[in-house]
Design a protein around this ligand. Structure first.
Ligand code: HEM
Length: 418
């Protein structure tokens, strides 16, 4: 019999989500030379699919296989795919992440997509975000820094960037503080879906049960939280049912928590690895927004997203048959030398900082303003509260890794005692 620890590979008798994430990222130090080679060779490349889709630990075996797989690596063509919902559909998510999430906006095509997105988008307006800056984001970050600020050393990944975004989501949803440990555990298990499918399915079922209680409570007593707003929202003159609210709540975990943890980690890594730029940002906080945009361009947390060709079509001179899976490489697009001079260098002073890490077109990230705000709050808090912040000179081999998702597994730092 295969035990769960054998199956997920963690040490016997334990399930450590942080370990799962490090494993999931894969120990590929630099994915970019390979992507640059593919782009230079053919920005639309047909890939021959191996037997990976029958590996149960990575993907549900019921998942239908696409007839063929193409990967798109130039900025221009990536943008073309993402802004064309007619030729390139998002429906393929139904056979992957949709199986644990349910039918979320991520897998909808227009016009259904616009109707649902318009409803949930209200909850992420700038006015709402402003209210969350100090009350929710600032206090989540502050509490975590309080726990190590007196130590003069820390590992910023497990102690700060990994835990804070899920806490932010728990607060945005208005979950009672007593429930947080359970919510944090289930969220992490759900997000680790590519690593342990069965555990993620179990976590999604438990989370649904949990959300059912929260939704029932908010139907009785409306509050000032996201769950109450979703209950009151209307599509085509009718309110959302529980089955439409769950998928959105579940989507917030991979879409909003994992990405923000990785992007904040990459931002801190980029600055710590380039002390001159860190000093510049410390001295002039007006540079914070451009440091964030450059970090998102330089190391996007999610390297690729997917579309399915909804008709026989052509892209960059290559024929793509209907039903093909099209892997859109955000990472390769962000480092396209045709758009960015010296693309592999982290340079917060570069002229063109616009990137495609939030996607583009109808599905462009709904939480991008929140993500930027979270990155701003965490960077400012670190600069304010940890004077003399630097990489720990004794740190063993600090690095970013990953082929699908990228971020540093650890970020050991030193700072001056306060
Ligand atoms: C730096 C952090 C983030 C990155 C890099 C990121 C990236 C992305 C990308 C690339 C997409 C498009 C997926 C596709 O087209 O297939 C997306 C969609 C989405 N993101 Fe984000 N995201 C981030 C943070 C957030 C946050 C904080 C939230 C909310 C709490 C969020 C919620 C969503 C939602 C709901 C969608 C689906 C939008 C739709 O299908 O219309 N994201 N995100």
């Amino acid at each position: 019999m295969v035990t769960s620890s054998e199956q997920d590979g963690s040490p016997e008798g334990s399930y450590d989500p942080m370990w799962q994430f490090a494993e999931l990222a894969g120990d590929v130090r630099d994915a970019y030379p390979m992507l640059a080679g593919i782009r230079a060779d053919s920005p639309v490349l047909q890939v021959h699919v191996g037997p990976w889709s029958s590996d149960r630990s990575r993907l549900d075996p019921k998942t239908p296989r696409a007839t063929s797989l193409f990967t798109v690596t130039s900025y221009e063509l990536v943008q073309q795919v993402l802004t064309d919902n007619v030729r390139f559909s998002s429906a393929g998510y139904a056979t992957t992440i949709g199986q644990v999430m349910g039918r979320s906006i991520l897998q909808m095509d227009p016009p259904e997509h616009q109707r649902h997105r318009a409803l949930v988008a209200k909850a992420f307006r700038a006015r709402v975000l402003d209210q969350w800056r100090d009350t929710i984001i600032g206090s989540c970050v502050g509490e975590l820094i309080d726990a190590f600020a007196g130590d003069s050393r820390a590992d910023l990944i497990p102690q700060l960037t990994f835990p804070f975004p899920v806490r932010v989501i728990a607060r945005i949803l208005g979950l009672p503080e007593a429930d947080w440990p359970r919510f944090l555990r289930l969220s992490t298990e759900l997000i680790a879906i590519m690593r342990n499918w069965d555990r993620a399915v179990a976590a999604s079922q438990e989370l649904r049960g949990y959300f059912a209680e929260i939704i029932a409570d908010r139907r009785r007593n409306t509050r000032d939280d996201l769950v109450s707003q979703l209950i009151e929202a209307e599509v085509d003159g009718r309110r959302l049912g529980d089955d439409e609210i769950y998928p959105f709540l579940l989507l917030l975990l991979p879409a909003g928590a994992e990405t923000t943890y990785r992007s904040s980690s990459n931002l801190l890594f980029g600055l710590l690895w380039n002390p001159g730029q860190l000093a510049a940002v410390r001295a002039d906080r007006d540079l914070v927004p451009q440091a964030i945009e450059e970090a998102l361009r330089w190391e996007t947390p999610t390297l690729a997203i997917a579309r399915t060709a909804s008709q026989d079509t052509e892209l960059g001179g290559v024929s793509i048959p209907e039903g093909s899976l099209v892997a859109v490489s955000l990472g390769a697009a962000n480092r396209d030398p045709a758009r960015y001079p010296d693309p592999d260098t982290f340079d917060i002073f570069r002229a063109d900082k616009q990137h495609i890490s939030f996607g583009d077109g109808a599905h462009k990230c709904l939480g991008m303003h929140l993500a930027r705000l979270e990155m701003q709050v965490v960077l400012n808090a670190v600069l304010d509260r940890l004077p003399g912040l630097r990489l720990d000179p004794a740190a063993e081999d600090p690095h970013i890794h990953g082929l699908l998702f990228r971020s540093p597994p650890n970020l050991p730092v030193r700072f001056d005692p306060v």
